[in-house]
Design a protein around this ligand. Structure first.
Ligand SMILES: [Zn+2]
Length: 336
């Protein structure tokens, strides 16, 4: 048999790196960190081995640990000392994230990205203040509406997001990342930042964020589980792909600098589509459930953790992500 084409030639040890199409670098990774105003000591997050909620006094040391691995960027999530229906501690100048940002940026060279949302700050755990959902007459006639259903008040949430983003920028945040899937959030935050003199602060938008069951462990970590209902009124239906393109386009029009897809592994097709349709940098959030399932399988001896973690991140990059937010950031960076 005459085999002119033998792809195996390029899989030999001394040439395979030369023809490798995708690489992982510590500089591509963002490490999420949790700062908790309700504690004086680190609290391990049970469903996310290796991750803790860190007190404000310990946040600089925590970020220094990240930097030592070669990862240069952190994404900061805050757990406030108190919650209320409006989530007012989210924009307090002496709030937990604002204070943490001031400390991190004055003591380290970390690039600090802040989560801009309300779910960790509202006592009901939703991503904005609530209003009664408007229903059609048909629904009322069907008798389905005996109990009023609550949903997030979109436009009232926009006013809160302006205040949160500008308070983070005032504290020194390098980039803000609105995560609530609120219509108009990017445009509103862009004009608020510009008006306050922060036109240099980029926005990484959670442009296509799905209503996913893979967020479970994060809700332990950030204490942000909704007290009732779910987030399907504002996060995307996992069945939809074309809608993701529409969401990303809207954010592009409103001035988003980086487009995030969340979660990552179950949505590699979305990452790939967004990569090919837009010229913005694409970020993917390798979420807590993606981390926890590999950790759990490794603990049982069913998978080899380092290998599956690296392969997961490589697949996310191969799909088209430039940036990966991941709980594996430090472990993987250390090995690179
Ligand atoms: Zn939220």
């Amino acid at each position: 048999m005459d085999l002119t084409h033998r792809p195996r030639r390029l899989r030999q040890d001394r040439v395979r790196d030369l023809v490798s199409e995708t690489s992982l670098e510590p500089a591509d990774l963002i490490a999420p960190v949790f700062v908790d105003a309700t504690t004086d000591e680190r609290i391990p997050i049970e469903s996310m081995p290796g991750h803790d909620r860190v007190p404000i006094d310990g946040i600089v040391a925590r970020v220094e640990e990240v930097l030592e691995t070669g990862v240069e960027a952190v994404m900061l999530f805050g757990i406030p000392e108190s919650k209320d229906p409006e989530g007012s501690r989210a924009w307090a100048d002496d709030g937990v994230v604002q204070e943490a940002v001031r400390r991190i940026t004055s003591k380290t060279d970390a690039y600090v990205i802040t989560d801009v949302c309300l779910c960790e700050y509202t006592d009901h755990g939703h991503c904005g203040p609530l209003e009664e959902e408007l229903r059609s007459e048909d629904a009322l006639e069907d008798g389905a509406a005996c109990e009023p259903t609550m949903t997030v008040d979109n436009d009232a949430t926009l006013a809160a997001l302006e205040k949160i983003a500008t308070s983070h920028a005032r504290a020194g945040a390098d980039m803000v990342a609105p995560s609530g899937m609120i219509d108009g959030m990017v445009g509103t935050i862009r004009s608020a930042l510009d008006e306050a003199g922060f036109e240099h602060v980029p926005i990484m938008s959670y442009a296509a964020k799905y209503e996913s069951a893979f967020y479970g462990p994060f809700r332990d970590a950030a204490d942000g589980a909704p007290a009732f209902g779910n987030r399907r009124h504002y996060q995307m239906d996992p069945a939809n792909a074309r809608e993701a393109v529409r969401e990303v386009r809207l954010d592009a029009e409103q001035g988003a600098d980086v487009m995030m897809i969340k979660p990552a592994l179950p949505y590699l097709d979305i990452i790939s589509t967004v990569r090919s349709e837009f010229d913005h940098p694409v970020a993917a959030y390798n979420v807590s459930g993606e981390y926890a399932m590999l950790q759990a399988a490794a603990e049982k001896g069913w998978l080899e953790l380092e290998a599956v973690a690296t392969e997961s991140l490589l697949s996310i990059k191969r799909a088209g992500a430039d940036i990966i937010v991941t709980y594996f950031a430090e472990d993987v960076a250390q090995r690179l």
